[in-house]
Design a protein around this ligand. Sequence first.
Ligand SMILES: [Zn+2]
Length: 444
Amino acid sequence: MQSNKEKLLRTIPGLFALCGTIREAAAHAEAEPAAAGAMKEDIAAGVRAVEAAAHPLCPEDAPAPAALDELAGLEGKQIVEFVNTWFSEAIGPFLLKQFQESLAREWQLTQKEAQDIAHWILRELPALPATRKNLLLETGRRCAASAPEFSWELMMQVTDSMTPEEQKQRFPHWSGAPYRSGQHPQTELKCCPTCGGEGVPHLSAFSGSMKHYDTLFLPAKLWMRCKKCGNLYTRWFPTEFLKLGAAPRVLAPVPGHVVVREVDGRALRIWSDILNKIRAHTAGRTLLEVGVGQGHLIAVAQEMGYDVTAVELLEQEAQTTADLLQLPVICGDFLHLEEDRQVDIITMGDVLEHLQRPAEGLKKAAALLKDGGVLWLSTPNFESSFTRMMKTFDPMWCEPYHITYFSRAGLLPLLEQAGFELLEYSVSNRYNGSMELLLRKKEQ
Ligand SMILES: [Zn+2]
């Protein structure tokens, strides 16, 4: 039996090309009535050949065979109309659907295969701009790991060529103004932000598929792999995000400002379990939360009797959490925090992947911890069991807001250099494909 890939690469493009020849024959029959008889025979033979090859691809979905008996009585323009109706209403949509489905199922194409398909789509489907763009995008996704740079360029070309109306139709979930190439300056990360090593393209992903995608980001993301430390980083990141990082200042809760947020009860229970795990390694009660998110951890830590300090980069988030939990929140970059008071516990849930200088972030965490203090952190792991099983379909690849992407093997040496020893490693209960590490600051 033919594999999907063979179906995709040979049968369908070949059948589209044959349909093109049939349409040329119809045009010829119209232009030269003397040749119409011979042309009609060629058309009938061609239609039979296309149907015989196409129908077995998916018999239950195949269109009814063309009424070739009718063709014999047609003349001139009627022949062209007969062929056009057959192509645009019956066989064309069927072939396209089969092609699209093969593409969706097939995991990776080589660069050569992807290039051939892209050329074929551009050549054969000039009249179907929306379909063509969808298919090109799919082709880009199908070589995300095997030809990452080509894949990224293809996905960027497709989205760059979309009008605001096309974007609205295809990606109604995009937030921000319609995406326009060059509208938001992007910074190219020319070397690994973790160790300064040289990077090579590793995998591309379509960030535009994420429901929280904002047009500030490039719709496609190119992950680079550092040849030195083995960790990944994004090639491009919005410049304005890289400029964040003001000097810390304390935001007090606004008296009388009542804030209510949607609460995830499951998250509260998970944090309680995590804090109990931490408690097994330290009796200390002072806790610094880096990156407050929705404030769930802080709320649970307060309930469990911890003396909590919280720091958050984004002012809006910081103030809302301050008001919500009636607790002062430090707004600013935690790299700039004073080191005059050390704590027993630091929690960094899903923070590391957002830092421009992650190794410095870990060293800062060590500086802010007492000797023997505990660091808990979670971050996506591109070699996690989940990601290895999902391959390019792990949505974490598409995450627009992440700058770096670590593996267990790539992260542990950084933690060691920062002065930590690993106490416990586990698969995250909160996010698929993330790892959670419990670490102790070594005595100096
Ligand atoms: Zn590196």
